[in-house]
Design a protein around this ligand. Structure first.
Ligand code: ZN
Ligand code: ZN
Length: 410
């Protein structure tokens, strides 16, 4: 692999929340070899003149569903798996063009898509998977209507995001199956949802015994459990039971946020999901019931950010946009900016995301020996976070694993 030297730009340090001038960055064999001023590079090195632009770690989105190519979730499920895979690849490649070099998939993606990236078949971000999202009968990932008595969620299909499972032993078996399939964490639906037909937001899902069993299986495999959660009661219960990654958290209260922070949990707010559904849900066939659920969680969004920040609860960047709504991906930056500073937002989309993906010190930073996931920005996003919006229009170059996958600098 050739080496690449970035010169004549600025380097953004998310940890310190500062941008430094006068530093070169040398990339070799997919890793950052060295960072310093006036670096020597081996002969044959490609030099990239940043002309004052900013080099920063690639963005990490910690809540996506790459198999949800359309908002008609049953259409994703019944699509032939070959077609579902190609559509997922397109979803991933679009995210990379926006500057995202790592995606954590919260239900749907399988090891085939992970390998597709590793083998160079997909020009997309690296993918961190959980397999399918575990759900109870009638829970958030059980999309069957009341009159639909077909068994399960056709979880053998790539386009299916959920896996229906009830009872402690079945939960253990399901967790083990996900782990065998390459899961880097286990996802459970522990609270009601918006896009599911039969579960009110406040419904509590899975018994304490079931969640404890799944947490034990995950910990035995040296991974963690992530849970879909909105209400304070559901979040508190999940934290007590050892769940590490708290998805959404729109209705969290300060005491629970402090408890979660003390336990070292990481929250993943996904405000744009509800904003996009609010804007376009009717067009995509959402009825009155779903719509009233959207408003409950949407109204709690900004307050939840304040509560979590004030409690010192770490937050990783997430979007959770399904299907056609993914065009709103970068709007999450705009929503976060109503409460958080650019430095806080950038940390959530780099260092904290890296920690949640199991790549602390390897992703989200520009330091020697880190993986070479880098983006070039036309300006300093610490001064203007809007540079990360507009679908990557201000991000002319994206590198993942030392490979340049987007290059508009030439
Ligand atoms: Zn969810
Ligand atoms: Zn989700």
């Amino acid at each position: 692999m050739t080496s690449i030297l970035f010169t004549n730009g600025k380097v953004l340090d998310p940890e310190g929340g500062v941008t430094k001038s006068g530093l070169d960055v040398l990339v070799e064999n997919g890793r950052i070899k060295s960072v310093g001023s006036g670096l020597d590079a081996p002969s044959g090195t490609r030099r990239i003149d940043l002309a004052g632009r900013t080099l920063m770690p690639g963005l990490i989105d910690c809540h996506v569903h790459v198999v949800a190519e359309t908002l008609d979730l049953w259409a994703n499920i019944i699509a032939p798996t070959s077609l579902a895979a190609l559509r997922s690849a397109r979803v991933m490649e679009e995210a990379l063009q926006r500057g995202f070099t790592t995606l954590r998939d919260l239900g749907g993606a399988d090891i085939g898509l992970v390998r597709g990236v590793e083998e160079g078949l997909i020009g997309g971000p690296r993918l961190i998977i959980c397999g399918k999202g575990l759900t109870t009968t009638g829970g958030h990932a059980d999309l069957r209507r009341r009159t639909d008595d077909r068994p399960g969620m056709m979880s053998d299909r790539l386009g299916s995001m959920g896996y229906v499972v009830d009872g402690v032993d079945a939960c253990r078996a399901a967790a083990r199956e996900m782990i065998k399939g390459g899961a880097r964490f286990i996802k459970i639906m522990a609270n009601g949802g918006v896009s599911s037909p039969n579960d009110p937001i406040e419904s509590i899902q899975f018994s304490r015994e079931e969640i404890a069993a799944i947490v034990e299986e995950a910990e035995n495999a040296n991974i963690y459990v992530s849970a879909h959660l909105y209400t304070d009661r559901a979040i508190r219960r999940a934290v007590e039971l050892g769940v590490h990654s708290l998805e959404h958290c729109n209705l969290i209260e300060p005491e629970t946020a402090r408890m979660a922070a003390e336990k070292g949990c990481i929250a993943v707010p996904t405000l744009v999901a509800y904003e996009a559904l609010h804007l376009e849900g009717k067009r995509f066939g959402f009825g009155e019931t779903e719509f009233s659920k959207i408003d409950v969680v949407r109204n709690g969004g900004l307050r939840s950010l304040e509560i979590m920040r004030d409690a010192g609860l770490k937050m990783a960047f997430g979007s959770d946009l399904l299907g056609e709504l993914r065009k709103y991906h970068c709007m999450e930056f705009e929503l976060l900016a109503k409460v958080l500073t650019p430095a806080e937002i950038i940390r959530s989309a780099t260092v904290i995301g890296a920690e949640l993906c199991g790549y602390a010190g390897k992703l989200g930073v520009i330091t020697p020996d880190a993986l070479a996931d880098l983006i070039v920005v036309d300006g300093d996003p610490l001064e203007n976070i809007a540079l990360l919006q507009d679908d990557g229009a201000h991000i002319p170059l994206v590198m993942r694993d030392g490979l340049i996958l987007k290059d508009r600098l030439n």
